[in-house]
Design a protein around this ligand. Structure first.
Ligand SMILES: Cc1cc2nc3c(=O)[nH]c(=O)nc-3n(C[C@H](O)[C@H](O)[C@H](O)COP(=O)(O)OP(=O)(O)OC[C@H]3O[C@@H](n4cnc5c(N)ncnc54)[C@H](O)[C@@H]3O)c2cc1C
Length: 466
C-alpha cells in the first residue's frame, strides 16, 4: 500500500485526570458515573453527542435481563437507571407490570431518547455533588500514549484539533478495544466469516399497534409462540422473523431473502412506535471503516425493503414509516482483549463465581449465525448467575488500562452472553470502580486486592450472589 509519512508535531496536553473513560457507550457511561462517584477526577471521551452508545445513539430499545428469570441479580447502577427510566415513562412494561419485567422477563423495552436524557441527568447530578466528570463529545480517540509498558494517555481528534490527555488509569470502553489495539496490547479477533452479523437498528412510527397485536395474539397466536425470549406471552410483543407472514405472498426474487432473514420487531413504550432489528449485512469487519460504510449502505436498502413489505402484509403497518435509524452501526463483535483470564461458555453454564468479581449477571448465550439468517439462544437454568472477574478486564501484558463492555476477555460463545447491555452496564460500573480504586491505592489494576475491590463495589450497591 502507498504510504504518507506524517510530520512529527508537538501536541498540547489539554488535561490530566485520574481516570479516562475511552468511549462513553453502555459500559463507558456506567464506568464514568461509577468512577466519579468514587471521587476520581474523570474524563469521558466519546465520538457521538450523547452518552450510552448502543443503548442510546444505537436506539437499541431492548435491554436484556438484569435478572436470572426469578429475581434481580444485576443491582447497582443498572437497576437504579432502569427504575428511574420506568418512573419517567420510558419503559414498556406491557401487561406484566414493571416488577415482573425487572425480575423475570428476559428484556426491558425502553425509549432510547428518554435513556439519552437520563444519562445526561446522571452526569449533572455527579457535578452537583462536586465530583469531577468532564466529557468531550464529538471527539475521536486516535491513539494510545504508551511508556514502558504502561498506557499513560490518549491522543484525540476533534474540532479543536489534535491533542493529548493523560490519566493514571484508562478504561477502554470503545467496544472494539481500540486503545488496547493501538497500545500494542494483545487481542483476538475471529475471521469475518465467523463474526456476528451487523445491524442498523430502526425505529418505526405511524403503526396501529393495537391492530398489529390483535393480528398476532388473536389471529395467529401460534406464530408468536416461537419467541425464544421469556415475557412476550404475558403481554410484551416480540416477534422473530416474518417467515409465516410471507407464506403464500409473492415477492420479487430480490426480496425473497426476507423469508428466512433474521429480524426482531418489538414494542417501544411510545404510541405508534416499534423497533426493527434485522440483519443489515454479514461477514463485516467492524474495525474497518470501508467495510462498515458499505454495510451501512446495504443495511439502509434492506430496511427500506423490509418496511415496504411489512406495510403490505401486516395489518396495522399500512401507514408505518421510518422515524429514525441508529446513529452508529450496530457491530456485535470485533476484538476481545487477551486478558489475564478468558471467560468461556463453561464458566457461564457452571455459574462460576470469582473472588475478584466486578459483576454478576445471567443471560442466554445468544449466537447470531454468521450468514445473517437466524439467532440461536441457549438459556441457562433460571435462578442462577455467573461472575465477571476483574482479571477478564485486565490485559495480560499492559498496565495503566482495563477494558469494559463487549471487548472483555471472553470466548466467542461467552461474549454472546456478556456483551448484552445489562452485562456491559454492570461490567462498566465494575471497571469504573476498579479504575478509581487503582488510582486511590496507587497500584496497577492487576494488583488491586480482591477484598478491597469487593468492598468498594458493595458501597455502590453492586450485587454478588456468592
Ligand atoms: C445490532 C445489535 C443488537 C443488539 N441487541 C441487543 C439486545 O437486544 N439487548 C441487549 O441487551 N443488548 C443487545 N446488543 C448488545 C449491546 O448493545 C452491546 O454489546 C453493548 O451495548 C456494548 O456496550 P459497549 O459499551 O461495549 O459498547 P457501545 O455501547 O457500542 O459503546 C462504545 C462507545 O464507544 C464510542 N467509541 C468507539 N470507538 C471510539 C473512538 N475511536 N473514539 C471515540 N469514541 C469511540 C462509541 O461511539 C460508543 O459510544 C446488541 C448489539 C447490537 C450491535
Amino acid at each position: 500500500m502507498k504510504t504518507y509519512l506524517e510530520k512529527a508535531r508537538e501536541l498540547p496536553v489539554r488535561g490530566e485526570y485520574d481516570v479516562i473513560v475511552a468511549g462513553g457507550g453502555t459500559a463507558g457511561f456506567a464506568a464514568a458515573i461509577a468512577s466519579a462517584r468514587r471521587g476520581a477526577k474523570t474524563l469521558v471521551i466519546e465520538r457521538m453527542n450523547c452518552l450510552g452508545g448502543q443503548m442510546t445513539a444505537g436506539i437499541m430499545g431492548i435491554f436484556c435481563a438484569i435478572n436470572d428469570q426469578e429475581k434481580v441479580v444485576i443491582r447497582g447502577l443498572a437497576e437504579e437507571f432502569f427504575d428511574e427510566l420506568h418512573e419517567l415513562g420510558g419503559v414498556n412494561d406491557g401487561l406484566l407490570g414493571y416488577d415482573r419485567v425487572k425480575s423475570e422477563a428476559q428484556f426491558i423495552d425502553y425509549d432510547a431518547e428518554a435513556a439519552k436524557s437520563l444519562c445526561n441527568e446522571y452526569v449533572l447530578r455527579e457535578r452537583a455533588k462536586g465530583n469531577t466528570l468532564d466529557i468531550l463529545y464529538e471527539t475521536w480517540l486516535a491513539d494510545a500514549i504508551v511508556e514502558d509498558g504502561v498506557v499513560k494517555g490518549v491522543v484525540v481528534e476533534n474540532k479543536t484539533g489534535r491533542s493529548a490527555y493523560y490519566a493514571k488509569c484508562i478504561v477502554d470502553c470503545t467496544a472494539d478495544a481500540d486503545i488496547i489495539a493501538w497500545s500494542g496490547a494483545e487481542y483476538e479477533q475471529l475471521p469475518v466469516t465467523e463474526l456476528h452479523p451487523v445491524t442498523l437498528i430502526t425505529k418505526l412510527a405511524g403503526i396501529d399497534k393495537q391492530r398489529v397485536l390483535d393480528y398476532y395474539y388473536n389471529e395467529h397466536p401460534d406464530w408468536v409462540h416461537n419467541s425464544p425470549t421469556k415475557g412476550w406471552k404475558e403481554g410484551i410483543f416480540h416477534k422473530f422473523g416474518i417467515h409465516n407472514e410471507l407464506q403464500g405472498v409473492e415477492l420479487p426474487p430480490e426480496l425473497d431473502y426476507l423469508r428466512s432473514w433474521f429480524m426482531l420487531i418489538y414494542e417501544s413504550p411510545r404510541d405508534g412506535e416499534m423497533y426493527l432489528n434485522m440483519t443489515g449485512e454479514f461477514h463485516v469487519d467492524g474495525t474497518k471503516t470501508e467495510e462498515i460504510s458499505e454495510s451501512i449502505t446495504i443495511s439502509r436498502k434492506r430496511i427500506d425493503e423490509c418496511v415496504s413489505v411489512l406495510k403490505k402484509i401486516i395489518p396495522g403497518y399500512e401507514n408505518a414509516y421510518i422515524l429514525a435509524t441508529s446513529s452508529i452501526m450496530g457491530i456485535r463483535e470485533t476484538r476481545q482483549v487477551k486478558g489475564l483470564y478468558k471467560l468461556t461458555e463453561d464458566d457461564l453454564f457452571a455459574f462460576r463465581k470469582f473472588d475478584d468479581a466486578v459483576a454478576t449477571m445471567s443471560a442466554p448465550i445468544g449466537h447470531h449465525t454468521a450468514d445473517g439468517e437466524s439467532a440461536i439462544f441457549r438459556n441457562p437454568d433460571g435462578g442462577n448467575s455467573f461472575d465477571i472477574p476483574l482479571r477478564s478486564l485486565v490485559p495480560c501484558k499492559m498496565d495503566g488500562v482495563i477494558v469494559a463492555g463487549r471487548c472483555i476477555s471472553a470466548s466467542h460463545d461467552a461474549m454472546g452472553a456478556t456483551r448484552i447491555m445489562p452485562g456491559s452496564f454492570a461490567i462498566g460500573q465494575g471497571a469504573g470502580v476498579a479504575a478509581a480504586l487503582a488510582v486511590e491505592l496507587n497500584v496497577q489494576p492487576r494488583d488491586i486486592p480482591s477484598d478491597k475491590l469487593r468492598a468498594a463495589l458493595l458501597e455502590q450497591n453492586v450485587n454478588f450472589e456468592a
